[in-house]
Write a protein that binds this ligand. Structure first.
Ligand code: ZN
Length: 99
């Protein structure tokens, strides 16, 4: 099971911006299922990713201002981590699949 979460295919699905969002939500004391809902991920997926991050984290994350932004593909509103984060989670996954 541990090896499963280290699969490169899974890591590809978790973008750097989501890492920061996840870390921020954890600092706010959010439960795994709340983080999953916020990021559009399953609770199991969040739990597995937290486990992976705990093994690889090497310092406090950079503080970023999050704000609501419209996805440039489907126009859904989502929480953006910054100017480089322009797609909602479903579209990010779609783009990753299409790449
Ligand atoms: Zn979208």
């Amino acid at each position: 099971m541990a090896e499963f979460w280290q699969d490169a295919a899974l890591k590809r699905l978790w973008a750097e911006e989501e890492d920061r969002a996840l870390t921020e939500l954890r600092k706010q004391g959010r439960k795994m299922h709340e983080i999953g809902a916020a990021l559009g991920r399953s609770t199991m997926s969040v739990g597995g990713w937290i486990d992976t991050l705990n093994k690889t984290i090497d310092g406090p994350p950079t503080k970023k201002t999050r704000k609501a932004r419209g996805c440039i593909r489907c126009h859904a509103t989502f929480m953006s981590d910054g100017s480089g984060h322009r797609h909602c989670n479903p579209c990010r996954e779609w783009l990753a699949e299409a790449a």
